[in-house]
Design a protein. Structure first.
Length: 76
């Protein structure tokens, strides 16, 4: 079983800065964009990266829904 780490994901949605905590065994930029889109309630992105075979597709899809400036950091 993979050890879960704690991350804070921060993003902009419709001009508002939002952030939330997320537990996961790993975090990538594509993961952060995916979680931010879910947190914003914009759209389900499940399978977008797999369908288009690109983490960039997740970002572009999220940006079309209004999610921007996604970043993350690990917290102890």
């Amino acid at each position: 079983m993979a050890l879960h780490k704690h991350y804070v994901i921060r993003y902009h949605y419709k001009g508002q800065v939002r952030s939330f905590a997320q537990r996961d065994s790993r975090m990538s930029s594509a993961d952060a964009w995916y979680y931010a889109s879910l947190h914003a309630g914009t759209v389900q992105l499940y399978g977008v990266a797999a369908i288009r075979n690109s983490a960039r597709a997740v970002r572009l899809f999220a940006e079309q829904c209004g999610v921007t400036d996604v970043g993350f950091r690990e917290v102890p």
